[in-house]
Design a binder for this molecule. Structure first.
Ligand code: MSP
Length: 509
């Protein structure tokens, strides 16, 4: 079995989950589920990023002890994995001892090797924002913006990781490994960024400024800079499982440069470890054409959304609408267009027709098919093409097109039903008429079985319900399940609940 290890970014727990978090996790889940169906030994990790200034500040603003605050918000993210029906094997929190220990071990190792050094750092510091400022933060007239409050020039001793000494190694590595970043244009931006000299990375924060972090093992007056801590989750979670390197580190476009594209491979290389095989970089969702923002109400709460709409409809929409790597927009109008035309009227309709017609015209038992005629042969051929094409598309992470092709096959199956019109054949009592009726019922049931089996990674609950209706066991592997066959002959169909209820237009997102 091929081992396949994939991760998502770990979410900050300074606020509740939103649609962007949900998308990334669903994308990872679709890949994980597809790989398991193909027979890989998959390990899927997700989790939460719980240290640092922002989180300490959010806890203080709420007036709750920081540990309690992160426990509460982390619980929301764990709940989201259940709500979205994610098949993750583990959920890591960076405040867990298993993670903190690995971070400290690695810091000690790098310090011992001379990869981390202590130096004075001089710069402009905003006490209100508790951060060092850069020249680019100044207003055009040279003053500091109001939000920074009082700004003073201070000198502070800190610890630095020798990023710069690995710059050439990284350039060579990224140049030689086309698969290191997906999509290709992001790899190009990374190389462009690397054409300017890097600074060494400040990896410490004095405890007087920030308490909420992992203490440096060689100087307890400091805590670890949150990115140095957070990136290591991908490794700390699997250190005992021998899964490193990851096949995919799935991340959003905002955290490629510098964190995942620069710090991360260099940290690993300095420890003698290989970089992840691929940084899979997805785009961002806007909502109704604007940036997602809680304060303006331009926001989709995945929990509320899944109360109104079944989770598989959300999963379908997210994967169907967004091209992996590009940005996309979420609007209720667009959701409803796809929900109505692709899910309710196309797939839902095929499920209902198959079960109802088999019940009415064959006592609820799928008949044996007679010899295939042109219409059946065409549908079978279309299936083989569709399946092969979907596999090719999925291998290139073109899941949105894979779904489009699968739905085109569902459309073709509905058209086949129109053509055969079993309701007319049922009135033809001649042996030929009855044989064709049986063939058409068997053909539509088989086409439906195949379509939902291929849709399983995106809509696992829907697919298993339909398979249940066709008297098929829940799916474990694709092996042999995607071949057109006669396995349904004699199957006693069961009623399936309405999967995509209408009228959809009256619901709110
Ligand atoms: N904690 C860091 C990641 C550390 S990984 C070692 C972080 N957290 S985050 O909560 O801000 O973002 C988590 C993920 O959600 C990131 O990959 C980010 O790109 C993604 N998204 C945040 N907003 C998004 C959209 N509007 N759309 C799609 N994904 C978005 O960054």
């Amino acid at each position: 079995m091929k081992s396949f290890y994939l991760t998502t970014a770990i979410d900050y727990v300074n606020g509740s989950p939103h649609l962007g978090h949900a998308y990334e996790k669903v994308l990872a889940d679709v890949i994980a589920r597809s790989r398991r169906m193909m027979g890989d030994d998959v390990y899927f990790l997700t989790g939460t990023d719980e240290h640092g200034q922002k989180i300490q500040q959010s806890a203080r603003a709420k007036g709750v002890p920081t540990q309690q605050f992160v426990d509460d918000v982390a619980a929301e993210f764990v709940a989201l994995t259940k709500l979205l029906n994610l098949s993750n094997n583990d959920f890591i929190r960076t405040t867990e001892p298993r993670h903190k220990q690995v971070v400290r071990d690695i810091l000690q190792q790098l310090f011992g090797k001379g990869e981390i050094y202590r130096a004075e750092y001089q710069g402009f510091y905003s006490t209100r924002q508790e951060q060092f400022l850069q020249e680019k933060d100044r207003l055009p007239d040279g003053r500091w913006p109001e939000i920074f409050g009082e700004v003073t020039e201070i000198t502070e001793a800190n610890y630095f990781f020798k990023l710069r000494s690995y710059q050439q190694w990284l350039i060579d590595y990224v140049t030689a490994h086309e698969d290191f970043v997906f999509p290709a244009h992001r790899r190009k931006s990374l190389l462009e960024f690397l054409s300017e000299p890097l600074n060494d990375l400040c990896i410490s924060r004095p405890k007087e400024r920030l308490e909420w972090g992992i203490p440096l093992p060689f100087d307890e007056n400091y805590v670890t800079y949150v990115w140095f801590d957070a990136l290591l989750n991908y490794y700390s979670a699997v250190i005992e499982k021998g899964r490193w390197p990851a096949d995919y580190n799935i991340i959003g476009k905002d955290i490629l440069i510098p964190a995942h594209g620069i710090y991360w491979p260099i940290m690993l290389h300095a420890c003698g470890l290989p970089p992840p095989k691929t940084l899979l970089v997805h785009g961002w969702w806007s909502i109704n054409g604007d940036k997602m923002s809680k304060s303006t109400g331009n926001f989709i709460d995945p929990v509320a959304f899944c109360q109104d709409w079944k989770v598989d409809s959300l999963r379908y929409f997210l994967i169907r609408e967004m091209t992996v790597g590009a940005d996309s927009d979420f609007s209720m109008e667009q959701f409803l267009v796809r929900y109505n035309s692709e899910l309710a009227n196309n797939l839902g309709n095929l499920v209902n027709r198959t079960i109802n017609m088999t019940t009415r015209f064959a006592g609820g038992v799928v008949p044996a098919a007679g010899p295939a005629e042109d219409a059946e042969r065409e549908l079978q051929q279309l299936w083989t093409q569709t399946r092969d094409e979907v596999f090719r598309l999925n291998a290139g992470l073109q899941f949105h097109l894979g779904l489009e092709r699968t739905m085109a096959f569902v459309t073709a199956t509905n058209a086949y039903i129109e053509k055969r019109a079993p309701w007319k054949l049922a009135k033809d009592t001649s042996p030929a008429g009855q044989a064709l009726l049986h063939t058409s019922l068997a053909t539509m049931a088989e086409a439906l079985r195949l379509a939902v089996t291929l849709l399983w990674p995106v809509m696992p609950t829907v697919a298993d319900k339909v398979r249940g209706g066709l008297a098929q066991a829940p799916l474990a592997r694709w092996d042999g399940e995607l071949e057109w066959g006669i396995r349904l002959a004699g199957a006693k169909l069961q009623p399936v609940e309405i999967l995509f209820p209408k009228p959809a237009t009256e619901k709110k997102g």
